[in-house]
Design a protein around this ligand. Sequence first.
Ligand code: CU
Length: 71
Amino acid sequence: MKKIIAIEGMSCGHCAGRVTDALGKIDNVDNVNVNLVEKTATVELSQDVNDIQLKEAVQDVGYVVTEIQSI
Ligand SMILES: [Cu+2]
């Protein structure tokens, strides 16, 4: 499954790298793709990961999650 995480506050490749690393460390997150223009991170999951866990990982590195959508 995939989830699209809407994130406020990312402005450059450094931000994208921080978010990618933070999400990539979570168990069952197989792949992370940050889109700076759309202000999203798309995560591919081998098993469901709780939205709260995704949100906290992003917020711990300094960005704000506004929405998480399962696709
Ligand atoms: Cu930045």
